[in-house]
Design a protein. Structure first.
Length: 335
């Protein structure tokens, strides 16, 4: 059991810093670090000590100051159901959109730590949307009766406040956020998803959505999945599930590996990214998921980034010279 816990503790695998400080360093890259709080964020991410965070990360601060924005846009009635939208310099016509879904093991972080990647893209004509969703551990406090009701409601009629933090609800919220974008912003010319860690899991679940329930079909042209988890069953037996409180049925229902459908002719391109210093389990999941997609006919590439760990593999999206920044920008602008 301890070996499995270690495999799903990303902070234990970076050679840059010890496991007690890697989360602090990660947040320092995207946060000002002037306010201290949120005890347990580091523990949720696999650190062994609490870490500092900030109400408005430095990267997000710069993006909000430099780009035209619409902040805290509600796409539903839940507390976490809000978007931050960073518009491109010239958005008078149509423009591609990168939708970023944050990680944090479905328990912490938020859209307010997700603006760090905006500036290299908005300056080139790409809008960036940071998605908020209701994270656990509030899901742990959800009465069993409410969870049962959640399972019974159709997606479009599910009251978002009924069971916030439940895995089914988080998946639904991300899907709903895309439907909202399509309905509210007709200038969108293609949607590209990027998710990190838990966010990669949520983005992968979007790939297998019955959009008839939402009465719109988002034009998803590409998906970038960075250091994700695609089979939730192993984490049932780790500290991660202490807050999520998932049953095996819930884990199976929300595991992208269990829901790979044959690619349709217009299926989007998928880039699965894994860091050299991700744990063996994270690397295995990325490799097996990309292989399963390829076997089903999807256009998928696996990018194994040397010298990177679970944290700097996404932090560097704020850099113009970073390979993922360049690949993403080139792909979006080409199409």
């Amino acid at each position: 059991l301890q070996a499995l816990e270690d495999q799903y503790s990303p902070s234990r695998w970076s050679p840059r810093l010890d496991r007690d400080t890697i989360i602090d360093a990660h947040l320092a890259v995207t946060a000002a670090g002037e306010e201290r709080g949120a005890p347990g964020v580091g523990a949720a991410l696999g650190a062994t000590a609490p870490c500092p965070t900030a109400s408005c990360p430095a990267g997000t601060e710069r993006a909000r100051a430099s780009a035209q924005t619409s902040l805290h846009v509600p796409y539903g009635k839940g507390d976490g159901e809000k978007l931050d939208i960073y518009f491109p310099t010239d958005h008078s016509g149509t423009f591609p959109v990168l939708v970023y879904i944050h990680g944090g093991y479905w328990q912490c972080l938020s859209k307010d730590e997700s603006g760090f990647a905006a500036l290299p893209l908005v300056s080139q004509g790409v809008a960036v949307v940071a998605v908020g969703y209701d994270t656990a551990p509030r899901g742990r406090c959800c009465p069993a009766e409410a969870v049962a009701m959640c399972m019974a409601w159709r997606p479009m009629t599910l009251p978002s406040a009924l069971c916030p933090g439940h895995m089914d609800t988080m998946v639904l919220q991300v899907r709903r956020s895309l439907a909202f974008l399509v309905e509210q912003y007709p200038g969108i010319r293609g949607i590209y998803l990027c998710g990190h860690s838990a966010g990669a899991h949520l983005a992968a679940m979007v790939l297998f959505t019955d959009w008839t329930e939402f009465h719109v079909v988002p034009d998803i042209k590409g998906v970038v999945l960075v250091s994700g988890v695609y089979d939730l069953e192993p984490i049932l037996h780790t500290y991660v599930n202490d807050a999520l409180n998932m049953s095996r049925e819930v884990a199976q229902r929300n595991s992208p590996m269990q829901h790979i459908a044959p690619a349709v002719p217009a299926a989007c391109e998928v880039l699965v990214v894994v860091a050299q210093h991700d744990s063996p389990e994270f690397r295995r999941q990325s490799q097996e998921y990309s292989q399963a997609l390829r076997a089903a006919g999807w256009s998928v590439s696996l990018l194994d980034l040397a010298g990177m760990d679970h944290f700097d593999v996404i932090e560097k999206l704020s850099e113009n010279s970073y390979i993922l920044t360049q690949v993403g920008r080139r792909t979006m602008l080409r199409q």
